[in-house]
Design a protein around this ligand. Structure first.
Ligand code: ACO
Length: 320
């Protein structure tokens, strides 16, 4: 059976760390409020001269090293971002050039915090159809550039970072690879979480706006639904999952989903305290953490999931 096998994973967080206490010096908030309501303790912020592509290149190189593959073997790059370097061309094109890749296709996907799941599904479809053999799937963001740093309701939640995986098309008979993906969008909720700028509407970049408590309710419901759907498509039960690797938005969303689906917290990879919500980067960053620290191992059944602006949501079931 032709499958997209996960050959490597990598992540990158910028050096600069912004703590809750430091943030409390800028807006009316406190370490206690942020920790209690979100679980976030700190976030990483890109240096002034670091673009989304720079973060993506670091993560891609780490994933290639982990896969023991050379960039020249890659013939597809799908990069998920809501904070591209430029309006166009795609940030993926810049990453492709920086890695010295001169074959195949490279393009961006825009599904905000669900972007990595959408990118993984897109790359998987290409690999299984034989359009490409080896794909880099990247989630990379510099949300610090679109935050309103005077809005305490949003600026405390997000951070910058990048994560990447290498997918390799292989004929397998041991169940490895991407088993099922589930993607959804409901555009009726586009104004719950959006950026109030853009080339067509305002000719500006704009700032992130969010109705947090409404997003919270949608997140718990749709993330739970997506996880159940991906399991149904993959013909497995939630009990069969070895590791849940969720989008890291907020500890309370993770806890709410775990309660609703009766999942043990011991099976959930949680990194939100360390880097906040890094949007499309957060799922591969969490996967990288789980693989690097030895918890997520070859043969494990992993369920990744996310919800983001759009609203978009989805899940991906993968056996490592
Ligand atoms: N520090 C102190 N007080 C704050 C802060 C802050 N950083 N932010 C908001 N408040 C205040 C509000 O002004 C409000 O004060 P008021 O009662 O005097 O009006 C009070 O706290 C309660 O505000 P709510 O918005 O109702 O607070 P809530 O308990 O819902 O927590 C939060 C806000 C953390 C944003 C929550 O709604 C949430 O986590 N939502 C999910 C949003 C999310 O994670 N989005 C990320 C993108 S989507 C995704 O990735 C899934």
């Amino acid at each position: 059976m032709r499958r997209s096998v996960l050959a490597g994973v990598g992540g990158y967080l910028p050096d600069r760390i912004l703590t809750n206490t430091e943030l409390a010096g800028r807006v009316e908030t406190s370490d206690e409020w942020i920790t209690e309501r979100t679980g976030i303790r700190q976030r990483h912020i890109a240096a002034d001269d670091q673009k989304t592509s720079d973060l993506a290149i670091h993560a891609a190189r780490a994933a290639l090293a982990n896969a023991r593959m050379d960039a020249s073997e890659i013939d597809l790059i799908v990069l998920a971002t809501a904070t591209p370097d430029l309006t166009f061309p795609a940030t993926a094109a810049r990453v492709q050039a920086a890695l010295g890749i001169t074959q195949g296709a490279a393009f961006d996907i825009q599904a905000v915090c669900s972007g990595f799941i959408f990118a993984l599904a897109t790359a998987d479809n290409s690999l299984v159809r034989g359009q490409a053999k080896n794909a880099l799937v990247i989630g990379a963001e510099t949300f610090s550039r679109i935050l309103d740093w005077t809005d305490r309701g949003t600026c405390v939640l997000f951070g910058d970072g990048a994560g990447a995986v290498v997918l390799r098309a292989e004929d397998v008979n041991d169940g490895r690879g991407v088993i099922a993906t589930f993607l959804r969008t409901d555009g009726r909720h586009h104004d719950l979480l959006y950026v109030d700028g853009g080339p067509s509407q305002t000719q500006t970049v704009g700032h992130l706006r969010m109705i947090g408590n409404a997003v919270f309710r949608q997140a718990v419901e749709h993330i739970s639904g997506a996880m159940i759907e991906a399991c149904r498509l993959g013909n497995v039960s939630l009990d069969d999952i070895d590791w849940f690797v969720p989008h890291q938005a907020n500890q309370r969303i993770l806890d709410g989903v775990a309660r609703r689906l009766q999942i043990s917290p011991d099976k959930i990879i949680t990194t939100v305290a360390r880097h906040g919500n890094t949007s499309a980067a957060s799922v591969p960053l969490a996967l990288n953490t789980g693989v690097s620290d030895g918890r997520v191992k070859a043969g494990d059944l992993v369920l990744m999931e996310a919800l983001g602006g759009g609203l978009t949501w989805g899940a991906a079931l993968v056996r490592l």
